[in-house]
Each structure stands twice: as C-alpha cells, then as structure tokens.
Design a protein around this ligand. Structure first.
Ligand code: ADP
Ligand code: MG
Length: 482
C-alpha cells in the first residue's frame, strides 16, 4: 500500500431465516410469501398486544456468539430504539443496545483471504427485529409487513479490515458460518444480508493499534450485495485519498451507496445524528440464560465449512483447492457428504462435482437441490467407471445423456457399450495383433519405440474403441518390453 492505510469496520445484518416464526410474534417467518399475509397484531403494534420472545431465535443467536468466540451473557434483555418511520409500526425497533450478546469479551473471526489467514475482532453481536420492506415508485410506495419482526442478527466488527478483498472474504466467511450452523440461508439475493460499511484512511506509517492514529470515518449505509461492498469501499478509498491529498479533511458523515452511478452519496452529517432515546423494553422481562442451556447449545453446533475442509483434505486426500471449492457453498458440500455416505471414491466424486456438476448448474442456472443426478444416480456412473466397465469418455456421455433425457444413468450402461477390461480377453486380442504385425514388432524392438501408439491403435480398431486403454497399455508393455 501507499501512504494511506484503510481501516474498515462492518456492521453485517443477517436475517435468521431458520426459525418458524418471527422473533416476537407467532406470525410465520417467511416474508417471501404474498406480501402482508404473514403479519400478526403484535407486528402491527395493535393496542394491547405484547411481544413473546422466540426461544429458537435466542438459541441461534447464542450459537452464533459461540462460533464467533464471544462470551455469553448471564441475562438477556431487549431495548427500544425509538424513531418514527412507516416500516416500523411500533415507533421503535426492539433491539439490544447496551448489553449485546458478548458481555465484555471480544470475539474473533478467522478467515482466509487470497490464501492468507486474517483475523477480525468482533465488537458485538446482537439480536433484533427487522423492519417492514418498502418499495418506492414514482408517486407511490409499497410496504410489506411480512418482514416486520423477522429475527435479525447484527454483527459489528472492529475496524480490522484493510481492503475491499478482505471485506468480501470476511462476508463470504460469515455467510458460510450462518449457512452451516443452520442459522440462515444468508442469501443476499433474497435481501437476507445487508451491510453498513465504515471506512477511514490513516497515515500508513503510524501504528494502527492506537485509535488516536485512525482517520475520520464515513459510514456507508445499506449496501445490499457483496459486489456493492467491494465497489463502495474502492470508491471511498479513492474519494477520501483525494480529499487528503489536497490537504482537506474527511467529514464524519453517513453516505449511501448508489448502485446505478457506482458512487457513494452524502445523506447526513454525524453532527445531526438521531437520538434514539434507548431504554429497556419493559414488556419483555429480563431472563436468565442457564449454563445447562449454553452447554447444550455448544454441543449442538454443527460441523462448519472449515471443519469439513480439513476432513476432506486429511481423511479423503482431496487437494486444498478442491476441498475449498466444495465447502464454499453448503449445498455443494452436503451433496459431497452424501457421496461419501454412499462410499463413492472421494477423489472421483470430488472431481465430478467440481468440474462437471458445478459447471452444469451454473450454465443452466439451476440449484443443486434441483439437479437431476442426485448422489445416488451419480453413483451409478462412478461405480461403473471405477470397475472399468465404462471409459471416462463414456462416463461423460452417459452423464449428459441422462441429464438430457431425465433417465437414470444405468439405462445407458449396456453390454453393447461396455468397455472391455477383462485382461484375458484383451490378452488374446493383443497376442493376435502382435502376431499379425511381425515387422512392426521387430522395428519396435530395435528401437523405434514410437510404434507403441500404433499397437494401441490396432487394439482400439479391433475392439471398436471399447478396450480399456490403461489395461491395453499395460499388457502391451509386458509383451513388447521383455
Ligand atoms: P455508530 O454507532 O456511530 O455507528 P460504532 O462505535 O458502533 O458507531 O461503530 C460502528 C462501526 O464503525 C464499527 O464497525 C467500528 O469498527 C467502525 N469504526 C469506528 N471507528 C472507525 C474508524 N476510525 N474507521 C473505520 N471504521 C471505524
Ligand atoms: Mg453504525
């Protein structure tokens, strides 16, 4: 880097999609249904309604805090963040401000970025409710209260991130954590992940561990895609460097990422920051988190991407690269786990998954769960390939044929196209060929070794391409080189 070091802190909001109901009401947690059909009187703040805390949402929030190496509080309570906006019928958001989940002790996230291990400290993690979603049109706005009250986890990092690449790697890592832990689908296309990006530049020659050396930050609100986070950071680095280069000062302000123009736009200065007048939510009694429950939650943390990656490399002999590709998306790794359960050759299965299957589903834009060749069906191909009944070329043909016709691979594996791997049969064929090509055999033996391919070709011709080439080569070597 040049003379400036970027300091970036993220506020990552992730909807907890894996609860049945909302965080304080019994309405269904599924806002993608017909708008405004998953709404209860509590979500609409009708007079006399009272919130009831969703235990599963608390459980998942505590689990997330454990994975992030945060400490867990002895008591849990919520607070009101007061402001008026149409997406918030109550006039306040129920959140956790003064006592978020880690009580005092920093958490830490370790993740990989371009092959390097990075660490980001967690400032806090808290559980709150999402607001309704608003769509603005030319002269009207639509509002969908299905999203009001959906549980939301907010993760706030220390400004330990230094580049757009690192920010995106961190977000990808966290998405994977949420998915593997069964907390959320964490799909930014569905609006489940939204970020605020805080960014400042400091003199790169100073000590970054001293906050007095940090620059003034701008906060970019509501960046809804990882690509947006990348572009917003790169844009801000240029904008702030230019200000500093010209001897100016960066203002502490809130800005908005504008996808269309690819720029950040001034919204408001921090000076006129809103006073949310936080106070403890009186309608939700403070409750104690028992040690037994915490132990139970800790014991139930599922295997995460990093664990699976390690297992694939150490127990199944996959390359670092292949293991990385497989664990990147949970659905891909789940598919691979199924393959392992079926006792498929791990390397072969990994190869088919990372080369053929991922390319196919990307090309046709289908989800892996809708992919016709389930692990059981893929196994029909791989078993025959392993036995040598079919060649790898045939395996590929069968793969595409069964996808084209939606027919099980075994319907295409017939005696007719089966590869010849029987050594006895091949031995006889090869002996005949060598006997009929005496001149070539003599030339070969006197040093014209490039005739080897000629003999292989003769066997292929004789068997109409069905001989297993590896076995043919072995037998030929045995006969010619002795
Ligand atoms: P606020 O409530 O005003 O947004 P916080 O103290 O909660 O302020 O900080 C929000 C985010 O800003 C955190 O992610 C934090 O790491 C980050 N942050 C704080 N100071 C800086 C800075 N100088 N440069 C970049 N990010 C910063
Ligand atoms: Mg903030």
């Amino acid at each position: 880097m040049g003379k400036y070091l970027a300091k970036i802190g993220l506020e990552m909001h992730c909807e907890v999609s894996e609860t049945n109901t909302k965080v304080f009401s019994a309405a269904e947690n599924s806002y993608k249904d017909t708008p405004n059909c998953n709404v209860s009187a509590v979500d609409m703040a009708f007079p006399g309604t009272l919130p009831v805390v969703n235990k599963e949402a608390v459980r998942l929030a505590l689990m997330a805090s454990m994975i992030l190496k945060c400490s867990q509080p002895e008591y849990f309570f919520f607070e009101r963040k007061n402001y008026y906006y149409p997406d918030l019928p109550k006039g306040f958001q129920t959140t956790q401000e003064t006592k978020p989940i880690p009580s005092g002790i920093y958490g830490e996230v370790e993740f990989e970025c371009n092959g390097e291990l990075k660490k980001v400290r967690v400032n806090n993690l808290h559980l709150e409710e999402d607001a309704a979603s608003l769509d603005h049109y030319y002269s009207t706005s639509n509002i969908d209260y299905n999203r009001a009250g959906v549980p939301l986890l907010e993760l706030v990092t220390e400004p330990d991130i230094h580049s757009a690449d690192e920010a995106v790697a961190f977000l990808e890592h966290m998405r994977s954590v949420y998915q593997y832990a069964g907390i959320s689908e964490a799909d930014s296309k569905k609006g489940q992940i939204r970020c605020d990006v805080n960014i400042s530049l400091m003199d790169a020659s100073l000590d970054e561990s001293d906050p007095n050396n940090w620059g003034t930050r701008a906060e970019i609100k509501n960046v809804n895609s990882f690509g947006g986070v990348r572009d917003a950071i790169n844009y801000e680095i240029v904008r702030q460097s230019e200000i500093l280069d010209n001897g100016g000062a960066v203002e502490q302000e809130t800005r908005r990422w504008d996808e269309e123009s690819g720029t950040t736009i001034y919204m408001r200065s921090k000076v006129d920051a809103i006073d949310y007048k936080y106070f403890v939510e009186p309608n939700i009694p403070k409750f104690k988190i028992s040690q037994e429950w915490l132990d139970e939650i800790r014991a139930s943390i599922p295997e995460l991407a990093m664990d699976r990656k390690k297992k694939y490399i150490e127990q199944y002999g996959l390359s670092e690269y292949d293991a990385g590709v497989i664990v990147k998306e949970k659905c891909v790794s789940d598919y691979f786990e199924e393959c392992l359960k079926l006792n498929m050759n791990a390397k072969t299965a990994a190869n088919w998954l990372t080369v053929q299957i991922i390319a196919y589903i990307n090309k046709y834009e289908i989800e892996l769960k809708d992919f016709y060749l389930t692990p059981v069906l893929l196994n029909q191909i791989i078993t025959e390939l392993d036995k040598g009944t079919i060649s790898s070329k045939q395996a590929k043909e069968i793969f595409f044929k069964s996808l084209e016709e939606n027919k099980e691979p075994k319907t295409f594996i017939t005696k007719d196209n089966a590869q010849i791997s029987d050594e006895g049969v091949l031995n006889d064929i090869i002996s005949n060929i060598l006997a009929n090509n005496e001149n070539q055999v003599n030339e070969y033996k006197s040093g014209k070794t490039n005739l080897f391919d000629y003999f292989v070709g003769q066997v292929m011709k004789e068997t109409r391409g069905k001989a297993n080439p590896n076995i043919v080569k072995e037998i030929l070597k045995g006969k010619l080189d002795n």
